[in-house]
Design a protein. Structure first.
Length: 312
């Protein structure tokens, strides 16, 4: 789960997939299907109440098959996105390819990719009826369509971190990559070829919050944590130089380090900034009353879902 903010006024709320089911369940049995179908609907309805703008599609979202995922997407108040996933029967995209959302005057393009490599190469029932378009070709095609009409482009990636980095190097023009499937928390996001790559852990236990401060249309950004670290180092060096500590050679080294830190700080002036946080979603988060009521109704209907084996 990830939240991307532009200053304090506009919010884009997205998820990059593996939202509906426990990881690596495979195709679910008929006995379990009703409970997990109802639980998936509960998740989709809850995300609608939370105001999500879009979600990408992950491999584990197909644990009840293609037809189920298509049907539940029609009940959502936000679009399911997948730019490279094709319905084998019709030859058309299974879900919406991309969208453009205006946030306080900033035109934000959002698209999504899923890697076929995340499915078992042979006999994976979740792949039934699916065709995967080439990742690089699809990314270039979508970017060519989005770039003339957007200011910022977000990829909801279900590729895994290694392939996200490869994609960022091969296809310039993506500003933010909201990654999933890898299942780790990146407090300090990687920046590859000017693309900021975000990751949060799985199972809805954490949310990523990215704050962007945009001062110009050059959408390259730096992490404010880097600036703060440089400022702290500079303060420490100034304190050393004001003291009477150190030999002449050491003080000469401190002076050079101070000059380098000051030069680094100048490079940040006027540039766009990001601040990233990973937020645990626990009991300290206030419950949404409608969502809480739906969860209680679900637990009453399926008491076994509250046990450790049945929880998401």
């Amino acid at each position: 789960m990830s939240e991307i903010r532009r200053n304090s006024n506009g919010v884009v709320l997205v998820d990059a997939g593996d939202l509906l089911f426990k990881k690596s369940q495979g195709l679910l049995s008929e006995n379990d299907s009703k409970m997990f179908a109802d639980k998936a609907l509960l998740i989709v309805q809850s995300f609608g109440l939370m105001g999500y703008d879009a979600i990408g599609v992950g491999d584990d979202d197909f644990n009840l098959g293609k037809e189920f995922l298509v049907e539940i997407s029609k009940k959502a108040t936000f679009p399911f996105l997948s730019s490279n996933l094709v319905d084998e029967e019709s030859g058309r995209l299974l879900f919406q390819s991309h969208l453009v959302k205006e946030v306080n005057g900033l035109r934000v393009g959002i698209f999504s990719l899923i890697s076929p490599g995340l499915f078992a190469p042979q006999g994976d029932p979740r792949k039934k009826g699916l065709i995967f378009r080439d990742l690089l070709e699809t990314a270039r095609s979508v970017l060519a369509e989005l770039q003339p009409k957007t200011d910022l482009i977000i990829l909801l990636s279900h590729l895994g971190f290694a392939k996200e980095s490869e994609l960022a190097r091969a296809v310039p023009g993506i500003n933010l990559i909201v990654g999933s499937h890898t299942g780790i928390n990146f407090v300090y996001p990687s920046i590859v070829n000017h693309a900021v790559i975000l990751q949060t852990a799985a199972k809805g236990m954490t949310a990523g919050k990215l704050d962007l401060s945009l001062y110009n249309r050059d959408l390259s950004v730096y992490n404010t944590a880097t600036r703060r670290s440089t400022e702290n180092n500079l303060n420490s060096l100034n304190a050393l130089l004001k003291s009477e500590r150190g030999t002449e050679a050491e003080r000469a080294q401190w002076t050079k380090a101070k000059q380098a830190a000051e030069q680094n700080l100048k490079q940040f002036q006027g540039k766009n900034e990001l601040t990233n946080a990973i937020l645990p979603l626990g009991e300290q988060i206030k419950n949404h009353p409608e969502i809480a009521a739906m969860v209680e109704s679900f637990r009453s209907k399926y008491p076994e879902a509250g046990k450790p084996d049945g929880s998401r």
